[in-house]
Design a protein around this ligand. Structure first.
Ligand code: NI
Length: 258
């Protein structure tokens, strides 16, 4: 059985401090072989890198979430760049726009998003995008600045036009626990429109637990429920899906040199 991969989790958040070792052992038992811990601010980015140095199955992404954009320190870019020099850092993110909660003012979100896209280009790394109620503007900025290594539309939900626009930019589409929710008919209907070579899966732990774990803190072991549901929807064996996603991750993060 190919290992399951959680393309987006936050074991770097305080929620996992008390029982990280148990969380990791449950992930191992569930067949999860690789987890990317994604930074949401400077401290959690540093913590993601630290964890990746202690546990071989953990990798990191560094960035400031749009919610935290207004609190980024004046030297945050230098800090992220220094962290990204570590070979366990696979991507810049999460970054993007959140016009649903607007926890940081929109102009600040846009400035910080642009700066992340510049950083990703300088570092030659993919970007991990958070976009909520903001797809048109997110896509506009991505088209304008076109990250050279592409990236991941994390916890994707949107219309088929949004999907096409991310695909057009060379992005991978990462599907999270909501695909298992009873009312997520539209998201499930979109699954078959995601090319097999662009699909990724994630938990976004500690948020968005899939069925049957809904209401509990999410953790990487639960990505198995999302794999199972997506395999069912696509009429695929679980192992076939796991292999497919393993190949997609490898292509995105470790492309063959020309
Ligand atoms: Ni996240």
């Amino acid at each position: 059985m190919a290992p399951l991969i959680d393309s987006h989790a936050h074991l770097n958040f305080p929620e996992f401090e008390p029982d990280l070792d148990q969380v990791l052992s449950r992930a191992r038992e569930a067949g999860v072989g690789m987890i990317i811990n994604v930074g949401a601010d400077e401290a959690s980015s540093a913590r993601a890198v630290e964890l990746s140095e202690s546990y071989p199955q953990l990798w990191a992404a560094v960035g400031v979430h749009p919610h935290a954009a207004a609190e980024a320190s004046p030297r945050y870019r230098e800090k992220l760049a220094a962290l990204a020099a570590n070979r366990r850092v696979l991507a810049v993110g999460e970054t993007g726009l959140d016009f649903y909660r607007n926890l940081s003012p929109r102009p600040v979100q846009e400035k910080v998003f642009r700066e992340h896209l510049e950083l990703a280009a300088e570092l030659n790394k993919p970007v991990i995008i958070h976009s909520r109620d903001a797809h048109p503007r997110t896509l506009q900025l991505l088209r304008e600045m076109r990250p050279p290594r592409g990236g991941i539309a994390h916890c994707f939900s949107g219309t088929s036009r949004d999907l096409d626009a991310f695909l057009e930019l060379g992005f991978y589409i990462s599907i999270a626990g909501p695909v298992t929710y009873p009312r997520a008919h539209e998201l499930r209907a979109l699954l078959k429109d995601i090319p097999a070579d662009r699909l990724l899966l994630e938990t976004d732990a500690p948020y968005l637990s899939p069925v049957p774990h809904r209401g509990k803190r999410n953790e990487p072991a639960f990505v198995r429920a999302t794999y199972q549901r997506v395999a069912l929807e696509l009429g695929m064996e679980l192992d076939t899906l796991a292999r497919l996603i393993q190949g997609n991750m490898a292509r995105l993060f470790w492309p063959a040199k020309p």
